[in-house]
Write a protein of this length. Structure first.
Length: 436
């Protein structure tokens, strides 16, 4: 059959899900919340009957069930540490056969201790379906070439874009590990000449900045795609200046898959409400309103092997106003970071610091920088540069960073050969050793 196509079972299911997503994205928020709660009641029942952890944790609510959002908000929150500690007590002893094979995912985590989660063929399928939604939202040309730089090893070449796009004819894709330095990556990218580039946000930023320095262009590139790290405020501009393309960011975590995707019409993120309940809570546990930043608390709606319900993953996000595009999917204006990336000032103020690269590039030819707060009044600055800082540059850099951090921290500088990646191959611009 050449035309029209007759999709196989897997492709048909994928397209049927997209058809539903196409409708549900426009529903008013109340309609989304009604079906979310109905679906949550299903996964809640599975959790309290099949998982020892939730049988104990939700004992008070188990008999009555979850009939309203007030009931939902009564459920205790579990932190990442508590989930790690609970281990196999979170596993359900019976998973419906229709959900397919149970698989394991090991997530890196910023604390260095990995979190092992179980998923099913169904949760994996949902992950792929939301990736396809991202492609469709951004109207990507699936016939183009996709190049990804990931925290894997070696190089894998495929004739297609992988399982998410199995219902379509796609171009080729290449996945390459992070072992190359930025210059090697850049020259490799020039040879590959991709239509789409996917990599960690800090890596894309570094590639774009270096492209500008070397006058390198990627003529085939249509869009840069980022994941896995907080997007710096100036990364979009640097990517545009380097390659004359836009950037699409995604917010995901290894435990629950895609949490929010960038709106195709603006820079805000839409929560993937068909897959997850995402709350943003203030210090008193109340939902944040637009403009406020709080803790991200998540419930997976379809994981019947190891449900994570009211799970605090350690991220903080800012709630956005309803989106101009008209989609009812809840809006996050930005993902601001983790507690370990939060600056503490001696006057009691805490915030996520921002020090755009232009501030330090104006002072010295710094390739990369990392700030480590190791005391309430001290920040250690690690930097990669071909030579040492002059005394004058140190003074100017201190003043610039103090201004960005909104406090006259004492600063010491250390030139290093490289700034190592943390767990999962992620760079962190700012790390606090005192936040807890
Ligand atoms: Zn939107």
């Amino acid at each position: 059959m050449v035309w029209p196509a007759f999709p196989d079972d897997v492709a048909s299911r994928m397209l049927a899900l997209q058809y539903q997503f196409e409708q549900s994205q426009w529903w008013p928020v109340e309609q989304l919340q009604t079906v979310q709660l109905q679906q949550f009641a299903q996964v809640f029942r599975q959790a309290v009957t099949r998982s020892p952890y939730y049988r104990r944790l939700f004992a008070a609510q188990a008999a009555i069930g979850i009939a309203s959002w007030a009931d939902y908000r009564e459920l205790p929150v579990s932190t990442r540490r508590e989930v790690q500690h609970a281990g196999t007590d979170l596993h359900c002893d019976n998973v419906p056969a229709a959900h397919g094979a149970v698989g394991r995912t090991e997530s890196s985590g910023s604390t260095g201790s990995p979190l092992v989660t179980l998923g099913t063929a169904w949760t994996q399928f949902m992950w792929h379906a939301l990736l396809l939604r991202d492609h469709l939202w951004h109207r990507r040309n699936l016939r183009g070439k996709l190049v990804a730089i990931r925290s894997t090893k070696g190089e894998t070449r495929m004739a297609n874009w992988g399982p998410a796009t199995a219902a379509f004819v796609t171009g080729a894709s290449v996945v390459r590990g992070l072992s190359m330095d930025i210059d090697e990556q850049l020259h490799w990218l020039v040879r590959e000449n991709p239509d789409y580039l996917l990599a960690h946000a800090v890596n894309v930023h570094a590639l774009a900045a270096r492209s500008i320095e070397l006058g390198i262009t990627l003529p085939g590139l249509k869009q840069a795609r980022t994941y896995g790290e907080m997007l710096r405020p100036d990364t979009r501009e640097v990517v545009r200046a380097a390659w004359e393309v836009g950037l699409a960011d995604t917010y995901s975590c290894e435990e629950l898959g895609h949490l929010a995707l960038q709106c195709p019409e603006c820079d805000a993120y839409h929560v993937q409400a068909e897959s997850v309940i995402l709350e943003v809570l203030d210090n008193d546990g109340r939902p944040c309103v637009p403009g406020e930043t709080g803790r991200v608390v998540l419930s997976s709606l379809h994981n019947f092997a190891m449900p994570l319900l009211r799970y605090e993953n350690g991220d903080y996000a800012e709630v956005g106003e309803p989106c101009c595009c008209g989609r009812g999917l809840p809006v996050l204006r930005r993902i601001v970071g983790r507690q370990r990336n939060m600056l503490s000032r001696p006057d009691g103020v805490r915030h996520w610091p921002s020090f755009p690269s232009q501030r330090w590039l104006d002072i010295a030819p710094i390739v990369q920088i990392q700030l480590v707060q190791d005391a309430l009044n001290h920040v250690a600055v690690k930097f990669v540069m071909p030579r040492d800082l002059s005394a004058d540059e140190s003074l100017r850099l201190t003043a610039a960073l103090q201004e960005c951090l909104h406090y006259p921290f004492r600063m010491t500088f250390e030139r290093v050969d490289a700034i190592p990646r943390g767990a999962g191959g992620k760079y962190e611009d700012f790390v606090s050793k005192i936040s807890g």
